[in-house]
Write a protein that binds this ligand. Structure first.
Ligand SMILES: Nc1ncnc2c1ncn2[C@@H]1O[C@H](COP(=O)(O)OP(=O)(O)OP(=O)(O)O)[C@@H](O)[C@H]1O
Ligand SMILES: [Mg+2]
Length: 349
């Protein structure tokens, strides 16, 4: 276990800045996700922490000790990649033992550590099989076993589940979380899947274009997004954004409301409502999505029962004022706001 403190980290490839002034403090035993769109710098940041990439400016400390000059082997980290290539000619046992053999650890310790890793990961019955005789999820567990067998201080995982099918992904993420709780190890998990980050993490570092946008607990990021980028990236389907204003002046704000909060109007006074034309009804299982054209903006709402609704007809959808988020149109920053005071003055369009 280790705490990780990153301060003023800058990383460039040639003249191109990839990580821009990152500050991040991760506590001992936390499960952290780096989340953001492709190319935002997640893997680069992970590799800087691992010692596989050098940093240009700033510092990285493990338990208060500067490690940015240390090589990967001296940092006591373990890495699991998306493409977790196992050695095909070796058994599961030998694959897991491999990092210890490389370190010339004695045979009795290797046996003990492999037995421990196999027990934690439920791999005991598979130890003599070659990787070719395993399922995708089992291979993934062997890769994790190979990573944890050395008792690393920090486990770094770069999109480790993205090669698995949807149901196995869900199963494996539960396994990874259970394992992390059991070992009490500090984990950094890179993903561009916001649902994966939400369910796994103690805190999520949302990144965009090499800049940290917000670092907070999943529901904090969901409910109180720092800015419009975070609000749009977290939550599926995406938050609706509409030009609006708070004081009856020019529309220099953006009003955000999530589809799940926006429902066909039930005459609920004191709610924020939008009138438009129903364009499309999309079945999504337990509820249905409604696409509504509001003065040229497509707004998505949800609905349990669509009887009585038909495309082409006028519709009013509404949300409670507390479901609204307000962002500055220029900077995109969220403006904390008490809607009770000004609800009569919010005009989304
Ligand atoms: N070795 C390199 N040389 C030059 N540019 C690089 C190098 N590695 C990465 N980059 C650039 O740095 C940026 C960040 O890349 P990085 O791999 O960290 O993104 P990522 O967030 O992990 O994306 P993904 O979700 O696609 O894996 C990208 O614009 C990428 O093109
Ligand atoms: Mg990556």
């Amino acid at each position: 276990m280790a705490s990780i403190t990153i301060a003023g980290l800058n990383k460039r490839y040639g003249i191109h800045p990839v990580l821009k002034g990152l500050d991040l403090s991760i506590e001992n035993g936390e499960f952290i996700s780096f989340l953001g769109p492709s190319g935002c710098g997640k893997s680069t940041l992970l590799f800087c922490i691992a010692g596989l990439e050098e940093i240009n400016e700033g510092s990285i400390r493990f338990d208060g000790r500067e490690i940015s000059d240390l090589g990967p082997r001296e940092r006591n980290i373990a890495l699991v990649f998306q493409d977790y290539a196992l050695y095909p000619h070796m058994s599961v046992r030998d694959n897991i033992a491999f990092p210890l053999r490389q370190q010339k650890v004695d045979a009795a310790t290797i046996e003990k550590q492999v037995a421990w890793a196999a027990d934690v990961l439920g791999l005991e019955a598979l130890l003599d099989r070659p990787p070719a005789a395993l399922s995708g999820g089992q291979r993934q567990r062997v890769a994790v076993g190979r990573a944890i067998v050395r008792n690393p201080s920090v486990l770094l995982m770069d999109e480790p589940l993205s090669n698995l099918d949807a149901s196995l992904r869900v199963h494996m993420r539960t396994e990874i979380r259970r394992l992390q709780k059991e070992l009490g190890i500090t984990v950094i998990f890179v993903t561009h899947d916001q649902e994966e980050a939400m369910v796994l993490s103690d805190r999520i570092a949302v990144m965009n274009n090499g800049v940290l946008q917000q670092f907070a607990a999943p529901m904090e990021v969901y409910s109180r997004p720092a800015n419009r980028f975070v609000a749009g990236f977290i939550g599926s389907p995406q938050m609706n954004f509409l030009p609006g204003d708070l004081c009856g002046g020019p529309a220099d704000h953006v009003i955000g409301v999530r589809p799940h909060d926006l429902k066909p109007d039930t005459g609920n006074s004191g709610a924020f409502s939008l009138r438009g034309e129903l364009m499309l009804i999309e079945p999504a299982g337990p509820f249905q999505f409604l696409d509504v054209n509001v003065a040229g903006h497509v707004v998505r709402a949800t609905c349990m029962d669509t009887s009585g609704l038909s495309p082409g007809a006028p519709i009013t959808v509404s949300a409670g004022f507390d479901a609204l988020r307000v962002f500055a149109a220029d900077s995109g920053l969220r403006i904390p706001h008490s809607f009770k005071e000004t609800e009569s003055r919010i005009h989304a369009i």
